[in-house]
Design a protein around this ligand. Sequence first.
Ligand code: SF4
Length: 509
Amino acid sequence: MLLIFPPVAKPCEPPAGVALLSAALKEQGLACEVVDANVEGLLYLIQSDIIPTDSWSKRALKNREQILSDLKNPDLYTNMDRYHQRVYDLNKLLSMSVDTKRFKISLSDYSDARLSSVNSTDLLKSALHYRENPFYPFFEAGLRQKVLASASPFIGISLCYLNQALVSFALAGWIRDNFTDKRLVLGGGLVSSWMSRPDYNDPFKDLIDLSIPGEGEQPLLELLGRKNISKRHYVPDYDFVKPDLYLAPGKILPFRASIGCYWSKCNFCPEKAETRAYSSQRASKVVADLTAIDEQYAPDFVHLIDNAVTPAFLKALSTHQFGFKWYGFVRFEREFLDPAFCHGLKQSGCDMLKLGLESGDQSVLDQMNKGTDLNFVSTILKNLHQAGILTFVYLLFGTGYEDEAAAFRTLDYVKAHQDYIDYLNLSVFNLPKFSADAENLETQEFYHGDLSLYLNFTHPLGWDRRRVKHFIDKTVKKQMRVGSAVRKNPAFFSSNHAAFFKLKETITS
Ligand code: SF4
């Protein structure tokens, strides 16, 4: 089988989903080829014939190869200003590689002024008019030979993010038109979300032969004649990863120890709304899998992509040392109250933890069902900081439980703890369409599309989106900038690059 991960996603690490599918297929003796068309496609555009229009683009074009090389060099990650200049220059080139009147492309986003990613009719139009897609020349130059070389009748497209949707369908249209003997299989996180909608009616059935919700391993194995295989956890197969391709200061490999979220109770969370069955393996088995990855691929970093790494797995990690550094998402669990535990994590290679604080107001947290005690948070942030682990704290403003006064309490809380917070991510709440919260609120369509996953709503406390955005831009960002210890978030790459800014001495290029 040929598995393709289409653009646009951040081009700093290989995709995990197709690596897990590849492992499942190969374990059953089935041939599997993986193409990361995301990184290859983005680099194709960046290295295309770009015509500079001003002094900025002239400079960026002149330095193009140097910029690409610098982004792979750990030295760049010692100077945030220089890093940002490089990233913005590269992004400038990428943005100019397409018809700017119609397409907007960046290192992390993609949009088309004529077609919407959340409208099934538009997605089918993207397939029909695939020649108009900016990645069409890449399909011909970078993918045609690979499709021709694949002996399998099946091609899988892994559609995980909204920014991949229009390109994925253009790719599907190109394959359908050019390789009539191939059968198309569509899966990935975004497809799962679409298919979990109660009103989903498979609008793509004339284009896609099989759409798969949830984990694709078992359905793909069934499709290829391997019935009744119930195994859910695999060690990802990263044999497809080409050296020196990704925009990162070392080899990063994503790894997932669990499926779904072990907490799954936060009222605002799409993970809860989608009710994906949670599954994890014994911590000792996961450590053994990570050791195998370490031995086989020698990554510089492992990105733990679990929704939240379980305390049991963290405990197992804290007593192991690997050849790589790692970072991932965790909840504010009691275990972090023990400074020795935090030091153990640092010893095991933990350079950064991402933490969903969401609010600095205990009443808001309780109504969210977040299960977080702010008294714990204070100690945990301090312990992690003292252990030398970077903290990347996520805040969510504008939930139905928050009013302006609560938002100010969050700001005060963050300011009081800013010495222990390295990065902040500020988000405006989007209401998941089929969540329990949506049933109790007056709602309106947010994006105009039948596949939209979110709703706008009339805020019960008058704390509406416009006011929330204004508060974030004019109050939070302003107050956190002046004399704050919190760092600037890496543009486009955000947490995917954040951990590297203290690691100069630990990276071997
Ligand atoms: S812990 Fe995170 S992933 Fe889990 S339910 Fe809460 S917000 Fe969602």
